[in-house]
Design a protein around this ligand. Sequence first.
Ligand code: FAD
Length: 434
Amino acid sequence: MAGHSTNGLSRRQFGFLAGAAAVAGAGSLATPSIVRAANAPRVVIVGGGPGGATAARYIAKDAGEALDVTLIEANPRYTTCFFSNLYLGGLRSFDSITHGYDALEANYGISFVNARASAVERDAQQVVLADGSRVAYDRLIIAPGVDVIHESVPGYSKEAEEIMPHAWKAGPQTKLLKERFDALENGQQIIIVAPPNPYRCPPGPYERASMFAHVLKARGHTASRIIILDYKPKFSKQALFAEGWEEFYPGMIEWYGPDVHGGIQGVDPETGTVETDFDTFTGALVNVIPAQKAGMIARDAGLADDTGYCPIDGASMRSAFDDNIFILGDASIAGAMPKSAFAANSQAKVAAMNVRGDLVGSKVFPARYTNTCWSLIETDNAVKVGGQYAPGAEGIASTSTFISQIHEPADLRKANTEEAAGWYQGITADIFGA
Ligand code: FAD
């Protein structure tokens, strides 16, 4: 890594006309309660999810007026993918999984710019917004999440997602999937096409199947079936899900890996079918979750490798390709860490510390990361997997792990559900500052 001296930053800032304040027209820049020094170094963050918004909050909170922090986010509000399966299962309202950025502006003096970033000019250290205006940065954090690769499933497309929703980005897709699900009648079949690794939230498709089954059971739709056609030969917490499905939804959920279906040949939105080597499956509802890659802004900026994701230095979350840029969350190649909100939030704190180290010379401690992913199988039954992580020879390495065990007592599984609910409340407060 090159040195990260702050020498020359002020010269660049003074010479630059199109700073965060100059893009006021592009978003709602509220009057911050913290007054920044006019020449404070500029930190710009693209993406207001668990990665980006956490980083923005921690940098603004810990640096006070020493840094000028701008958060650029395409949507005015953020709906969490995490707990969106509980919304599908009727256990959460859509409102309860949707969060605003007001507290970040009001309490931390972060400039929130509600706009899509269309490019990063790395040589000039500027982010270009959709309307052509530019935001200069001294350090840039990119946390755009993932893009789904429609064409990874033959027959699937941007248009087809209106008929076979993926709901792997929360918002209108999640509502559409719930509408389609709620319209099903007893005996109608649901198909979930589960993606190849690596993808966001490894246990997510199987928690989703559990939540669908929970609702079907409650509705008395005992003749309905959920078929999971998987690109992978095995999946996260497989033995735990298999045990839970047998206990709570016997005969209702069928999972087929490639050694059974022989390969997924494609989908046909017109007929609601999924073609495999083994058979053609027809669903009244087909939830296609395609392969994924880092959000476009990161790839277009030349920050991804041929995996489609962005390599980083595990000690800092700094891009392997640009010392002035940090990549967080799902878009990054974070070694042993899964693509989860918990992981993105944890990575954000390491990046925030390093950004402050770069720009205001604050002390940088060794990076430590953590993650836990809870999955709800039934209302009072959740399982979990997690671990601790540290920089290793090849990126971020796992230093300890834990996972729920089969045959655990019901009260332990119930305690997990309470822990998960507490985590949701805690992490959303940590991300959005409200
Ligand atoms: P995102 O959350 O995707 O945020 C990226 C943000 O960047 C978005 O708001 C987007 O609008 C914005 N953006 C993108 N490009 C631009 C641009 N060019 N300009 C401006 N803004 C832009 N994780 C858990 O920890 N626990 C769970 O229980 C869990 N359950 C899940 C269940 C499901 C069904 C799914 C799909 C995911 C689940 N996850 C869970 C995973 C979690 O949602 C993601 O890992 C997490 O959201 C990643 O955070 P991120 O900040 O990297 O990206």
